[in-house]
Every structure is written in structure tokens, then in C-alpha cells.
Design a binder for this molecule. Structure first.
Ligand code: NAD
Length: 350
């Protein structure tokens, strides 16, 4: 079958990322881009990429698939218009500013019979896949607590991400990835959540947040995003029935300390400046088994391969609408929790 043709609307940082990936991986063909900023149109031309005169022009063209990579507040209209024009659509995250907007896109996709999928590409990050594997294989039992952290020290990028009307803020920008991952790691509905947002560097939108998710199976999930962290935490930290697992950074191995002898006899007290503690004394090597597992390579372009298969009716799309909708509901509830300083409970569980 002939390769599917892709056009990209919004050729900024992420639109260009899609363009470069498409050109390199050759799974689909790039037929052109459109951006409202002349400077980005010029940049595309310099790369030898065709530019459409307008979005209407693009929708009237030969593309089978439209990739929407514009600021968040414009996703809904651009997606609906593309679907109505008979195109399949890939939309960047966060898909929309509200659940209602998302439902409108899904309804339009259903009416037009076109495939619509959200680009939750962080499902291909190797740190996430390592932690997922640790949970699924139950090497050290089931999880009790899972912490997921992304931290930087540069504040929010100085573009539309600082502005509420365009869907700025770190909950929508990074929260959408980490919450999506957390909901895939813990196979259970959520009973309640509590969230604190931070405004250390920006008053209009959150520049970070700390979110507790209480799952019905007893697991506690913790998601933290920060943009004012000059020393960063680990990427993942998991407490399991039989030990602890930790991943320091994006592409790192997972470090596991499995408890092999819970009832260690005498622990040697730790001397601190002002006292002693046996409770917090480190374990002797004889009672733990430590090992690391390196990440396996992952190919984010599987997203495009799967998308094409979904168009051709050979596979289900990888990012289900119900999963995207649930993440939107969690983000919306987390922002309510932060604004009203209260626990949000779900009945029935979410
Ligand atoms: P950006 O500001 O770098 O680029 C956005 C581009 O869209 C700009 O060039 C702008 O001129 C153009 N634009 C705005 N409105 C338009 C319109 N109506 N028609 C045509 N072009 C328009 O932003 P970005 O970082 O590329 O982010 C774009 C989207 O991609 C956002 O939704 C963001 O959340 C998402 N994103 C996803 C990832 C990821 O890993 N999945 C990473 C970065 C950004």
C-alpha cells in the first residue's frame, strides 16, 4: 500500500520534531506544513519542505493525515476542521483545554469515520518502560508507592506556556505526560486526589505541582513537576512489597534493592550529631540483593506505524480515547484541588 501523506499545522518546536522524525523514519511521507508565523514558513522552505498558503489550502490538499502541533487552545478547532475535511488527525498533547472539547473531537471522528489519536509520546520513554516492566513482572512484588518526578530550573519557557488563555502551565504541559504514565502503571481506579500547585516564577499559571493519587487498590501515586529545582530528584522512585526501585534520570537503568531477610538481627545504630537511631540504620549487604537493569531501546516512531495500521484497520490505536479522557479529568480535578485546597474524592472511583 502507498505510504500515507502527512501535513503538519504549527511548525514550531514540536511541529519541527514531527517533521524531522517523519523525514528520518520514512514510515509516512511529509507533504507540507503550515504556520501562521512567516519565519517558520521560511524555515520550512529552507529545509526543502513544501508550505501551504493557509490551513484551508492544507485541508484541500493531498494529505491523508494532519498533525496538529499548535498551542493548546487551538487544538480543538483545528482537529474538528481537519476531520470534517476528511483527514485522519494526530493531535499534540494536552489534546484540549477541557473534557467537553475533547468529547466534541471524538464525536466528530466517530461521525466522519476518521482516525483521531493524541500524541502521548512519553509512553515510549525508556525510564517509564523500565518501571512498567518492574511492575508487570512483579520481580519485587506489587507496588505500594510510586513517585514520578520531572524537575528543571529554568521556569516556564517564555512563550504561550506562561499564558492561561493558551493552555499554559506545567499541569497541562508535563502533568499530562506523567499522569498518563501513572495511570498506565497502576491498574486501579482512583478514589481521591490532592494537589498543590506552585507559582515560584509565574503568577498566571502553575510552574509546577505536587499531586497525590489514592488508588482503590491501596497504591499511592505521587506526581511532581518543578521548574525551580536547582538540584533534582530521581525520575522514578517505587516502594514494592519486597524492596525499592529507583531510576535517576531519563535514560538511566533501574536500580533495585530487594529485601532478602526482613528480620535482620541487630542493626548497628547510626550516630548523628545529636543522637542515635537504629530505625534508620542502613541494611547490611547480607539482607538485600541489589541489581540494576538497563533500559531496552524504544522507537517512538512506533506511534506512526501503529497509526497507519489503525487507519488500515489492522490494529487498534495505541492511545485510547478513554485513557486520554481520564487523564483530562484527573488534571481538571487536580487543579480544582489546588485552587480550593481540598481533597477531591470520586464516587464512583475514577
Ligand atoms: P511552539 O510555540 O514552538 O510552536 C507552535 C507553532 O504553532 C508556532 O510556530 C505558531 O506560530 C504556530 N501556530 C499557532 N497557531 C497557529 C494556527 N492557528 N495555525 C498554524 N500555526 C499556528 O510550541 P511547541 O512547543 O511546538 O508546542 C506545540 C504543541 O506541541 C503544544 O500542544 C505542546 O504541548 C505540544 N508539545 C508536545 C511535546 C511532546 O513531547 N509531545 C513536546 C513539545 C510540545
Amino acid at each position: 500500500m502507498a505510504k500515507k501523506k502527512v501535513a503538519i499545522v504549527g511548525f514550531g518546536g514540536q511541529g519541527n520534531w514531527h517533521g524531522q522524525k517523519i523525514l528520518k523514519n520514512n514510515v509516512v511521507d511529509l507533504v507540507g506544513i503550515y504556520d501562521i508565523r512567516p519565519v517558520r514558513m521560511e524555515y520550512a522552505k529552507e529545509q526543502g519542505i513544501h508550505t501551504y498558503e493557509s490551513y484551508e489550502d492544507m485541508l484541500a490538499g493531498e494529505a491523508d493525515i494532519i498533525v496538529v502541533a499548535t498551542p493548546n487552545d487551538s487544538h480543538k478547532d483545528l482537529c474538528v476542521r481537519a476531520l470534517r475535511a476528511g483527514k485522519h488527525v494526530i493531535c499534540e498533547k494536552p489534546v484540549t483545554m477541557s473534557v467537553e472539547e475533547f468529547d466534541e473531537i471524538v464525536q466528530t471522528a466517530n461521525e466522519t469515520g476518521k482516525v483521531f489519536e493524541v500524541h502521548q509520546n512519553r509512553r515510549w520513554d525508556t525510564d517509564f518502560l523500565l518501571m512498567k516492566d518492574m511492575i508487570e513482572t512483579e520481580r519485587i512484588g506489587k507496588p505500594l508507592f510510586l513517585g514520578s518526578y520531572v524537575q528543571g530550573s529554568r521556569g516556564i519557557p517564555g512563550d504561550w506556556r506562561c499564558e492561561k488563555q493558551h493552555g499554559g502551565g506545567m499541569m497541562l504541559d508535563w502533568g499530562v505526560h506523567l499522569i498518563d504514565q501513572m495511570l498506565l502503571l497502576v491498574d486501579s481506579p482512583i478514589n481521591s486526589l490532592y494537589c498543590i500547585t506552585t507559582n515560584y516564577t509565574n503568577s498566571e499559571v502553575d510552574d509546577g505541582f505536587k499531586l497525590f493519587l489514592h488508588f482503590a487498590n491501596g497504591v499511592v501515586g505521587y506526581v511532581e513537576v518543578g521548574t525551580y529545582n536547582f538540584i533534582t530528584n530521581n525520575r522514578f522512585y517505587g516502594q514494592f512489597e519486597q524492596g525499592t526501585a529507583q531510576i535517576m534520570g531519563w535514560n538511566d537503568s533501574i536500580r533495585v534493592r530487594q529485601c532478602t531477610n526482613w528480620g535482620e538481627g541487630d542493626a548497628h545504630p547510626v550516630q548523628t550529631a545529636s543522637g542515635i537511631t537504629k530505625t534508620m540504620a542502613p541494611r547490611s549487604d547480607a539482607t538485600v540483593n541489589e541489581f540494576t537493569i538497563a533500559p531496552s531501546p524504544s522507537d517512538v516512531h512506533d506511534f506512526y506505524r501503529n497509526f497507519v495500521d489503525a487507519i488500515e484497520g489492522k490494529a487498534q490505536k495505541r492511545i485510547a480515547d478513554s485513557e486520554v479522557r481520564r487523564v483530562l479529568l484527573v488534571m481538571q480535578s487536580a487543579l480544582t484541588s489546588a485552587a480550593e485546597n481540598r481533597v477531591v474524592t470520586f464516587s464512583p472511583a475514577l
